[in-house]
Design a protein. Structure first.
Length: 86
C-alpha cells in the first residue's frame, strides 16, 4: 500500500467543507430566486400633507429631564397584552 492512498482522504475534508458551505450559501441566500425590489415594485408617491405648529420653547440646557419622563416607571410604559383563550 502506498503513502499516497491516504492523500485523497486528507483532501476530502476541505473539499467537503467547501461544498457544504457553497450549498448552504445558495440555499439560504437564494440569490438566483430573489427579486429586485427597486426595479420590480412600483410605489405611488403622494404629496406630503400636514402642518407645523409650535407648542412650546426651550431655551438653554438647564433642564436635565423632559417633562413627563417615564423612564423609571417601566410598569406604566410596558403593559401586558391579555389574550382571550376562552
Amino acid at each position: 500500500m502506498s503513502d499516497d492512498s491516504g492523500l485523497w482522504l486528507l483532501l476530502l475534508g476541505p473539499a467537503g467543507a467547501t461544498g457544504l458551505y457553497w450549498t448552504l450559501y445558495r440555499y439560504y441566500r437564494n440569490t438566483d430566486k430573489s427579486h429586485a425590489f427597486e426595479r420590480e415594485t412600483t410605489v405611488e408617491a403622494q404629496p406630503v400633507t400636514g402642518s407645523d405648529r409650535q407648542i412650546g420653547e426651550v431655551t438653554g440646557t438647564r433642564e436635565t429631564e423632559i417633562d413627563g419622563n417615564n423612564v423609571t416607571a417601566y410598569r406604566k410604559r410596558v403593559q401586558r397584552i391579555e389574550v382571550d383563550t376562552g
